[in-house]
Design a binder for this molecule. Structure first.
Ligand code: NDP
Length: 237
């Protein structure tokens, strides 16, 4: 087993981010999650952080580093939002807000994390994208663009920092069992599932398992990759 690492998960207070954070805790790592309120879910340590603000990201990292007593070694940039709408009716604000949170937010966190990782000559960066980033989605021009942008971000980081022991990868989940998908009408769920070769939605812990692998010693030579966790939904994209 490798030594415990200092892991920061943005948006780790609920949903997929929470499953990822819990999984790292179970693996014996030191974990801090960010939430906008700074409130911590049971058994986890949280710091307040809004990824749309450079100052807030900096403050969250500084606080996390104090808690860890050292730099962030694994960054999971998971915080994300949707503001879906058909193209012709999508406002500039709805486009910009989603890019600012999902793409620029990840950039702000990666930039802040890179300082400590470069100094330590090692680190793991994992960006949570979506099958929609490569597959596209009607009504999701803003979201898909933001999630596709994460691929260019990870690959540029890989080219820039790959020689310093830092890996940067993208995880692209498909449909995940969340409150949102549970609330879909049964017929809609059936239609979606029919398009997924695995025939079901994923559990959040199935995403967490892949994130954990990318952060592990075994994945030292995996970088600049896009790993789908989508039951085959987006294959070929
Ligand atoms: P949730 O809506 O359950 O949680 C979103 C998280 O992001 C929350 O912790 C939220 O924090 C945080 N967040 C949102 N905006 C900001 C911000 N400006 N600054 C800091 N944190 C913020 O999302 P999911 O768990 O469903 O999704 C997590 C990630 O996985 C997202 O990036 C999403 O795009 C991606 N994904 C989700 C899929 C799904 O089926 N659910 C499928 C594919 C990808 P707060 O509590 O403060 O609001």
């Amino acid at each position: 087993m490798s030594d415990p690492r200092n892991v920061l998960v943005t948006g780790g207070n609920r949903g997929i981010g929470l499953a990822i954070a819990k999984s790292f805790v179970e693996g014996g790592d030191n974990v801090v999650v960010t939430s906008r309120s700074g409130e911590a879910p049971d058994g986890l340590t949280a710091v307040a952080g809004d990824v749309t603000s450079t100052e807030s990201v900096d403050a969250a990292f500084t606080k996390a580093e104090e808690i860890f007593g050292g730099p962030v070694q694994v960054l999971v940039a998971n915080a994300g939002i949707t503001k879906d709408g058909l193209l012709m009716r999508m406002s500039d604000d709805d486009f910009a807000d989603v890019i600012d949170t999902n793409l620029a937010g990840a950039f702000r966190c990666v930039r802040r994390a890179s300082t400590g990782m470069i100094r330590a000559r090692g680190g793991r960066i994992i960006l949570i994208s979506s099958v929609v980033g490569l597959y596209g989605g009607p009504g999701q021009a803003n979201y898909a663009a933001s999630k596709a942008g994460l691929v260019g971000l990870a690959r540029s980081v890989t080219r820039e920092l790959g020689g310093r022991g830092i890996t940067a990868n993208v995880v692209a989940p498909g449909f995940i069992e969340t409150d949102m998908t549970a609330a879909l009408p049964e017929d809609t769920q059936k239609t979606y599932k029919a398009g997924i070769p695995a025939g079901r939605f994923a559990r959040a812990d199935e995403v967490a398992a892949v994130v954990r692998f990318l952060a592990s010693d075994d994945a030292a030579y995996v970088t600049g990759a896009v790993i789908p966790v989508d039951g085959g939904l987006g294959m070929g994209h």
